[in-house]
Design a protein around this ligand. Structure first.
Ligand code: A3P
Length: 299
């Protein structure tokens, strides 16, 4: 058996995707057993593309009646965002579906599962709503490298880079992950919202409005006048979140892995790849993605 942390770096190839070994049974169980409610919102992403931020923004927007974003005791000021929204892989791997059943509607749930491996109950018919966040792959590689190094300190950047190119990283290949959600968002725009980390950074407020509207919780004129959108943006901003005690200390304890909370907050910028990649590496990655994403408007 592999040491448990390294199991995350290798995976099991299933229907074209490298699933993290310990989660593979859970992902298959989701397919068989997850029954969405029509007002569920499933937050999805390729790892290291802004999941934590999306979780915080969606939670803050969805729960704003119960927890005004300016409240001193807001859950996001006390808890890491991952503690506010369950991770589907964990729930089904640990057979804790009752926890999901017990959540009041509308539920927010999170997964990294590729679109084609989601249950048909989610991807067809009324299903539920799905939000995807993607990011410049070059910045994802850098973020992934720093994240995985905490689990495997001898990992090199070059190895991480080559694994991404080969597609053999958890939930890879990244291009097919993106394409699945992209095509779904084109085919079912009322059910699948496709967001980009870079757009969110550029105009967070506009995207919080879009997200809230998509989730069925648009901001009212009174909320607009009261500056509620700006309060959500501020609460979930990188600087605010990174400096909260709940995110500086402690860890998300999963059955197979312990992830220090501060590992989810590194730099929070775009373009950090220039500090890690040679121009040749960047062109190579860009070229592969250009080729794979051909026929879409994604750049
Ligand atoms: P960097 O490593 O480039 O800094 P995920 O949540 O999917 O694991 O993605 C982690 C990336 O999102 C990290 O990128 C992290 O710093 C960034 N991030 C986390 N919270 C953020 C926030 N509130 N605003 C912007 N970026 C955030």
């Amino acid at each position: 058996a592999l040491p448990r942390k390294e199991q995350f770096i290798v995976g099991r190839l299933y229907k074209g995707f490298w699933l993290p070994e310990p989660y593979a049974p859970g992902i298959l169980a989701v397919r068989r057993r997850f029954t969405p409610r029509p007002d569920d919102v499933v937050l999805t992403s390729y790892p290291k593309c802004g999941t934590t931020w999306l979780k915080a923004l969606a939670f803050a927007a969805m729960a704003r009646d119960a927890y005004p974003p300016v409240a001193a005791d807001h859950p996001l000021r006390r808890l890491n965002p991952h503690a506010c929204i369950p991770f589907m892989e964990d729930i089904f791997t640990e057979r804790q579906e009752a926890k999901l059943e017990g959540l009041p509607s509308p539920r927010l749930i999170n997964t990294h599962t590729p679109y084609s491996l989601l249950p048909e109950t989610v991807t067809t018919g009324g299903g539920c709503k799905v939000v995807y966040i993607c990011r410049d792959p070059k910045d994802m590689v850098v973020s992934l490298y720093h994240f995985l190094r905490r689990l495997q300190p001898d990992l090199s950047f070059a190895d991480t880079f080559h694994s991404v190119l080969e597609g053999t990283v958890p939930y890879g290949p990244m291009w097919d992950h993106i394409l699945g959600y992209w095509h779904a968002s084109v085919a079912r725009p009322d059910r699948v919202l496709f967001l980009k980390y870079e757009d969110l950074l550029q105009n967070t407020g506009e995207h919080v409005r879009k997200l809230a509207e998509f989730m069925g919780r648009p901001f009212s004129a009174a909320e607009e006048a009261a500056g509620t959108v700006a309060s959500v943006v501020e609460l979930c901003s990188f600087d605010n979140m990174k400096n909260l005690e709940a995110n500086k200390t402690g860890a998300t304890e999963r059955k197979y892995i312990s992830i220090a909370h501060d590992a989810f907050f590194r730099k929070g910028v775009t373009g950090d790849w220039v500090n890690h990649m040679s121009p040749e590496m960047a062109s190579r990655l860009d070229e592969i993605f250009r080729d794979k994403l051909r026929g879409t408007v994604l750049t």
